[in-house]
Design a binder for this molecule. Structure first.
Ligand code: NAD
Length: 471
């Protein structure tokens, strides 16, 4: 039975919210000083953790309906991910928010200097549909920890998840500080017109530009978590069986709708045939002979995207996969060979379960191809040769680089998560989320003693010489 036949139709989201009123109310909440209290922040983070734990079944159900997301993926990449981020921030936030004492130069002694993390104020968090809970709530962890109020705008393309978030948030979080606003691009546009103190956007590059242009009108700072075409290199020294499993897992997770998924593979020509065999074997082992029946294989978010992906299948020969059922939003996990470097599947981010594999003779070729594009969000290299790994790292740019694995770097809260160039700006996760939502305020405290006249005009030659020595 397809997912569509067992679930009620997706709710329509009505754009009736008074966004101006919502933002004004949150501004009043922020100005009341409510969010300055560290105990309040800890309590909000604990409530968020509880929200994830107590509503696991409902969250997993919404994700199944929106994306055919498996229970394993719902638990690890959404529910547990948010819960762990919130718990980590709750435990660390007193340490993170402690003003940091820094040295004071002799010229401005006596004095004490500090860097103080202060909240931006009222922030807007806009998420994409592929991880509808994680992409709104993981940034929210940073917003809470750093003492901000926030409007949460989940994606309208994952409507059950959006509706559930709207229902759950006020039951756990302080409504004076956090509000979920549902809606489509018209609502997003209205929100972008409001006087936020920071906009945190996750989604495609095109809307990223819209967000940044809107923010520019008010000089609002932005964090942009965008996409990209993440390359993966497999050289002749790699363990091909392990590489294939890790690539297949990373590419077909969430039916390929993952911003850090390996988008295409450059493989040393001498091992191409063996890698293709291992990739096929890994797909079979993970999803069976008919992946449509696998409870662990997802669906495309909507028919429009399924049709977009279907068109890309013509760009190569499917060594495995290739089956499509548009009505069921199903595209089989597909490995493509014989893909021309200028084929349309090699133009934009695929963002679906299709993996082109392109052979190379020398490493210079994939490095040149990678550097001809704007930097990706993630870059992957499979090799046993440390010199090759270091060469790939040193001669490319990307938001992240992983040697001998895919995607899992996201689970390390000690690593920043974010893009560079067209894949985004700013980073979050763990401590980086706190920093993303904080303004680092310079604080200098002095007394009235030792008001040396040397700093004040009129300046003589001798005074100036002394001043310059002290500076
Ligand atoms: P989307 O369509 O859900 O849009 C994201 C947000 O933008 C939504 O809240 C939506 O309401 C809003 N929006 C859409 N059109 C708008 C418009 N015209 N004006 C103002 N706001 C508008 O998501 P998407 O863009 O399809 O997301 C997929 C992309 O996101 C992929 O490129 C993917 O790589 C990227 N992504 C990046 C990350 C990351 O962390 N870097 C994570 C997930 C997805």
């Amino acid at each position: 039975m397809s997912i569509e036949t067992v679930l009620p139709p997706a709710p329509t989201i009505e754009a009736t919210t008074d966004v101006e009123g919502v933002v004004a109310a949150l501004r009043a909440g922020f100005e009341s000083g409510l969010t300055r209290d560290l105990a309040w922040r800890e309590q909000q983070l604990a409530a968020l953790e509880r929200m994830m734990v107590e509503n696991e079944t409902a969250i997993a159900g919404a994700l199944k309906a929106d994306l055919g997301k498996s229970l394993a993926e719902a638990c690890t990449a959404e529910i547990d991910f948010v819960r762990k981020e919130a718990m980590h921030a709750r435990k660390q936030l007193r340490r993170w928010s402690r003003p940091q004492r820094v040295p004071t130069p002799i010229a401005i002694q006596p004095g004490k200097s500090f860097v103080e993390a202060t909240p931006h104020g009222v922030v807007l968090i806009m998420g994409a549909w592929n991880y509808p809970f994680q992409l709104v709530l993981a940034p929210l962890v940073g917003a809470i920890a750093a003492g901000n109020c926030a409007v949460l705008k989940p994606s309208e393309l994952a409507p059950r998840s959006s509706a559930l978030l709207k229902d759950l948030a006020p039951r756990y979080l302080d409504t004076r500080a956090f509000v979920v606003v549902e809606g489509d691009a018209a609502v997003s546009t209205a929100l972008l017109d409001q006087p936020f103190n920071l906009i945190f956007y996750t989604g495609g590059e095109h809307v990223g530009r819209v967000v940044m242009a809107a923010a520019a009108k008010r000089l609002t700072p932005v964090v942009l978590e965008l996409g990209g075409k993440n390359p993966c290199i497999v050289d002749e020294t790699a363990d091909l069986a392990v590489a294939a499993r890790r690539i297949v897992w990373g590419r077909f997770l969430n039916a390929g709708q993952v911003c850090v998924a390996p988008d295409h593979v450059y493989v040393a020509a001498s091992v191409e045939a063996r890698l293709l065999e291992e990739l096929k074997r890994a797909v079979l082992a993970m999803f069976g002979r008919d992946p449509k029946l696998s409870p662990d294989y997802g669906r495309i978010v909507n028919q429009r995207h399924a049709e977009r992906l279907q068109a890309l299948l013509a760009d190569g020969r499917a060594v495995t996969g290739g089956q499509v059922d548009i009505a069921a939003r199903y595209i089989a996990p597909t490995i493509l060979t014989g893909v021309a470097p200028d084929a349309s599947v090699m133009e934009a981010e695929i963002f679906g379960p299709i993996l082109p594999v392109l052979p190379y003779e020398t490493l210079d070729a994939p490095l040149a191809a990678i550097n001809a594009r704007s930097p990706a969000l993630a870059l992957y290299a499979f090799t046993r040769d440390a010199v090759v790994a270091d060469r790939i790292i040193a001669s490319t740019r990307s938001g992240s680089v992983t040697v001998n694995d895919t995607v899992v770097f996201v689970a390390n809260p000690n690593l920043p998560f974010g893009g560079v160039g067209a894949s985004g700006m700013g980073a979050y996760h763990g401590r980086y989320s706190f920093d993303a939502f904080s303004h680092k305020r310079a604080v200098l405290k002095r007394g009235f003693a030792l008001d040396a006249s040397i700093r004040y005009p009129p300046y003589s030659k001798a005074k100036l010489a002394l001043l310059r020595r002290m500076a």
